[in-house]
Ligand binder design. Structure first.
Ligand code: ATP
Length: 890
């Protein structure tokens, strides 16, 4: 169907919809059933069976399986079956770990699914893009991604970037006129907006004519597939490390086997022990556990309203040294209420709270009727008309639909008894130059029944003053002299000092027929006055800023608002003090990045900035070696968000473009959530360090006990199945539980981590080697001690060695929870860990004491008296080093 050649009315008829009311919900549901979800078909994923079998593709595991097969053929079938069973269980665990890791990553993607505005049952509502159906009436504005193929019925300075489809990188301007050229390419269809393309300017409305695979992108599918989750730097480093560890493990195993064979030991036993040791020592589970720790951490962040879109950000969060944050809505509540109004050289106050349109106007503490004052009335009318927000009444409550700044103006006008519907009966909007945070203003052109036209403008007072040549005083236009301007500025300044956000109103009559040119309209204006509105700081932000400070992270406010307002809020929040410097947009504009670098570290407020300036700030800070977190919500914020080390966007007020560019989305737009995410980011990293430490120290212990025994010409302290059991049970559950550990109290008291910091930094390498060495040593000592007592009962000594190794590791796991020592944390804080350790102990006792398992695991029941020895030995590695920590500390 060539919708682009049809008139909107024809489309309405052919798609059975209604431009005023939209579809009704029932019909929308029916269509959803008929046409299916508005989604592109996903690429096929590898099947679960493949994922399962991939667990066994590891070289050493294959060697082990072959070795086991041989042992089975040689008659050692109990060993063979036991080993195969353990390898199989290990495979199942690995499968579930990877499966869970993948699932939680998928879940993340759905959290950030885009939403769109559609008209249903006469109400504009936000729905997930996948629920759009043909016939829906949809609206969008700068920063939105178009959710389906749409035939436009309204376009206000609408520009759309559709390079993915047309290859044209510049945005194309759109209109609503039918295109009759039947050979027109996608790039020529100026009345269509296509799924996946991006609104870069203005706003528009249209009828959905195609969804899902029936859209232009659907036809070339695959194009818009969600980007794959990239590996985090740590994951990449661990992958490299994994290779080194495998080589080291193989080498040591080779030494063990070789030395054993030279000593004349049974070749076959040595071979099987060697391969089992290699399987146990190679930390094949590490990548999956890292992914699980990352994704579990990410789930915890979701609970705190932070959504990580790019996994590497989890790590970078922990390195952040500066947070550059927007003021409005992030540090403040974005619940605007007009409390002051200045016009005709008089300051009025307005009472009332929130969006409840009940309140009065006062002049010099005397109540007045604002409608009787021509100046105030005009200001309120323009404020209400040059506006997209609506105040709707739902269940007795007044709710804002739209921008809070605009909502506050509507509420102020409603308090005076004005109604937008009534105003719109008298005036028709015929053109609009939308709000743009660069221009800091917006203009609408309205006409009345007599075809008289006006430009009505609202925007930042300093901007409008510059564009106004006259000012309305006592109903007459007076020239805007430098004296009047000075006086006005002083009044604006007074409002700003009270932390009020200011917004001015100007207008002018215009002649002629449209469309009008923006630069011709937005000049020679008549300045009318300005509003002051409060936007209180969010209560929790001050404390969050303080916590960041203690964690070595500086907070910088970046705002489009007036400098004085920004300073007043900055002072309340503890960002701005005597030592702080401020820079405004004008100064920034003139500075080069190099010049900014000189001062940037001392600046705590950037005011009246445009989104473009943010990029400069990010670059200057990064050149100074900072790791920068930068927030943003609009289209123009995207470059800075992308360039920042951690780009952050707003879940509520953010545009789709900003969200896509960002690595972290704040569901509640709240600054505190950034702090929480940083804290969680630091914690996740620490948890990963914890289980790397645990796993590797355990592996070192396992290898060394075998190596020492061989070197001392002793019998082997562990049999292959025991080694594999340790690898499965002791190394498995507790490691995952460490990934769930709570943060240490001091995570937010430390300086940020250096992003290039190696995996083994801050003494981790030493801890792994020293603990691993001691675990190996005590296991060997316990073995020797018991073997000397019962030289004819090797299995008994081996069982004691097995129990010592298991217990030493299970005690050591609690030590890994802290960078300091085992005593600095309450072991019962992490109940998962306690559970994992208890189940490992029970499984160990089962293997030792239940007769069915004894022949399989070559175990013998241990006498009670020997448990004392085992326990004593198992405590040594952890307690010895904890002791040395305290001696060093005192
Ligand atoms: P932040 O960057 O902290 O979110 P901000 O929201 O104040 O700051 P902008 O939205 O760019 O930054 O607003 C800058 C200025 O533009 C405001 O101080 C106000 O005077 C003016 N302004 C804001 N919203 C509108 C609007 N909808 N229409 C006209 N002018 C506006």
């Amino acid at each position: 169907m060539k919708y682009f050649a049809m008139h909107p009315e024809q489309i309405v008829q052919s798609l059975q919809t209604d431009m005023e009311k939209g579809l009704d919900e029932k019909e929308a549901k029916r269509r959803l059933k008929q046409f299916g979800y508005n989604e592109l078909q996903e690429r096929e994923k590898p099947s679960h069976v493949l994922l399962f079998f991939s667990q066994f593709k590891d070289f050493m595991v294959i060697v082990l399986l072959i070795a086991t097969l041989i042992s089975g053929l040689l008659g050692e079938w109990i060993d063979g079956i036991a080993i195969i069973a353990i390898v199989f269980i290990n495979g199942i665990l690995g499968f579930f770990q990877e499966y869970k890791a993948e699932k939680s990553l998928d879940a993340l993607k759905s959290y950030t699914a885009p939403v769109v505005s559609v008209l249903r049952n006469s109400n504009w509502m936000k729905i997930p893009a996948k629920e759009i159906v043909p016939g829906d009436i949809m609206k969008f504005s700068a920063g939105d991604r178009i959710g389906a193929d749409v035939r436009l019925i309204e376009a206000n300075s609408l520009e759309i970037e559709e390079s993915a489809l047309t290859g044209e990188s510049l945005p194309s301007s759109k209109d609503v006129n039918p295109v009759y050229d039947s050979n027109a390419g996608l790039g020529d269809l100026s009345n269509m907006a296509f799924m996946g393309s991006l609104v870069t300017r203005g706003s528009g409305k249209g009828i959905v004519v195609g969804t899902g695979m029936k859209t232009a992108v659907g036809k070339i599918a695959d194009l818009l597939q969600t980007t794959p989750m990239v590996m985090t730097p740590l994951q990449r480093r661990l992958e490299q490390l994994g290779k080194i560890l495998i080589t080291a493990a193989l080498l040591l195993t080779f030494v063990v086997v070789f030395a054993g064979i030279i000593q004349g030991r049974d070749m076959y036993t040595m071979f099987l022990s060697g391969v089992s040791l290699a399987v146990a020592a190679i930390p094949e589970g590490l990548p999956a556990i890292v992914t699980i720790a990352l994704s579990l951490g990410v789930q915890r962040m979701i609970k705190k309203n932070a959504i990580v879109k790019k996994l590497p950000a989890v790590e970078t969060l922990g390195c952040a040294t500066v947070i550059c944050s927007d003021k409005t809505g992030t540090m403040t509540q974005n619940k605007m209420t007009v409390t002051k109004l200045y016009t005709n050289e008089k300051m009025f106050t307005v009472t009332g709270e929130g969006y409840n349109p009940i309140g009065s106007f006062f002049f010099n503490n005397r109540k007045i009727d604002p409608i009787n004052d021509e100046h105030i009335k005009k200001m309120l009318q323009i404020g209400m008309l040059c506006n997209h927000a609506q105040i709707v009444r739902k269940k007795g409550k007044f709710i804002l639909d739209g921008d809070p700044t605009e909502g506050a103006l509507i509420v102020a006008a409603m308090k005076a008894g004005l109604s937008k519907e009534r105003l719109l009966k008298d005036y028709r909007v015929i053109q609009e130059f939308p709000f743009d945070s660069r221009r800091k203003m917006m203009t609408m052109i309205i006409e009345n029944d007599r075809k008289e036209r006006w430009a009505i403008t609202k925007g930042a007072p300093d901007v409008l003053m510059k564009l106004s040549t006259t000012v309305l005083l006592n109903g007459r236009r007076e020239r805007m002299t430098s004296r009047t301007e000075k006086k006005l500025k002083l009044e604006v300044e007074k409002m700003a000092e009270e932390a009020l956000r200011t917004i001015a109103i100007a207008y002018k009559r215009i002649n002629g027929y449209g469309p009008f040119d923006q630069s011709a309209v937005e000049k020679d204006l008549i300045f009318l006055g300005f509003y002051g509105m409060i936007d209180p700081p969010r209560k929790e932000v001050k404390e969050a800023i303080e916590k960041c400070k203690r964690a070595g992270i500086k907070t910088v406010m970046i705002t489009g608002d007036h400098m004085t307002t920004a300073r007043a809020i900055g002072t309340q929040l503890g960002i701005y003090g005597k030592q702080s410097q401020t820079i405004d947009g004008g100064q920034l504009e003139k500075m080069t990045v190099e010049e900014l670098e000189e001062v940037v570290e001392r600046v705590s407020i950037f005011a009246r900035v445009s989104p473009e300036h943010k990029l400069k700030i990010v670059q200057a800070l990064q050149n100074k070696g900072h790791i920068v977190a930068m927030t943003g919500d609009g289209v123009n914020d995207a470059p800075a968000i992308k360039a920042a080390d951690i780009g952050i966007s707003m879940g509520i007020t953010g545009t789709e473009v900003a969200k896509e560019a960002s690595a972290l989305v704040l569901l509640d737009d709240n600054f505190k959530t950034i702090k929480d995410a940083i804290e969680e980011g630091r914690n996740i990293y620490e948890n990963i360090r914890k289980f790397i430490r645990y796993l590797l120290a355990s592996n070192v212990g396992e290898i060394l006990v075998m190596l020492f025994a061989i070197l001392l010409a002793l019998p082997l302290p562990l049999v292959p199945v025991q080694i594999l059991w340790v690898n499965l049970v002791t190394d498995g559950l507790p490691a995952i539980a460490l990934g769930l550990d709570k943060p240490e109290e001091n995570v937010m008291l430390r300086k940020p981590r250096h992003p290039k910091e190696g995996v083994f930094a801050r003494g981790l390498g030493w801890k792994i080697i020293s603990r691993g060495f001691l675990i190996g040593l005590v296991t060997l000592l316990a073995f020797i001690f018991v073997y000397k007592q019962y030289p004819n009962n090797l299995p008994y000594a081996q069982t004691v060695a097995f129990a010592t190794l298991v217990l030493a590791q299970l005690i050591h796991v609690f030590d890994c929870r802290s960078e300091q020592s085992i005593f600095s944390r309450n072991p019962f804080e992490n109940l998962y860990l306690v559970g994992a350790v208890l189940s490992s102990i029970i499984l160990m006792l089962v293997v030792i004491y239940i007769p069915t398992f004894q022949p399989i695991f070559h175990t013998v029941p241990i006498l009670l008296k020997d448990w004392l020895l085992i326990l004593g030995m198992a405590c040594i590695p952890t307690f010895l080093l904890a002791g040395s920590f305290y001696i060093r500390k005192t």
